[in-house]
Design a protein around this ligand. Sequence first.
Ligand SMILES: [Zn+2]
Length: 148
Amino acid sequence: MSEETEKTVLEELEEEAARWQEAFPHLRFDHMYYPNAGWPRLVWKLCERLERFAEKYDVLIHIMQVKEKFGTLRFYTGEITELDGSELSEDREDTRLIYERKCDIIEEIETASGYLCEKCESYAKRCRPNGFWIRTLCESCEGEAISN
Ligand SMILES: [Zn+2]
């Protein structure tokens, strides 16, 4: 491959981001290319559920931050808006329900992340591979974490 045709890392990330945005048109990844915090299948599944939910209620869900903390996935959303990005209409009677249901969907997946390896998503347990940070890793990934 010649150097002229090779994509830059930023171009690759933008392509990846476009794939996510295409798959989840009712989600907006406001401060990231796409969520990338471990548990890739679990995060994708969460986005699928949020997408179906947002589509049903005709809203946009803004995703602010996705990360690992104390060994589990944290998925922080911001505002939920109308599809054009404006505030939810005051005429809506489902605003409270939308926010509550959104929290339930995220909570279920965050809880599941405590039982699955953040790298390979096999069954896992909380551990402290380097004696300090809590991680959720399977035996094999814990072994790698210790040797690195
Ligand atoms: Zn693993």
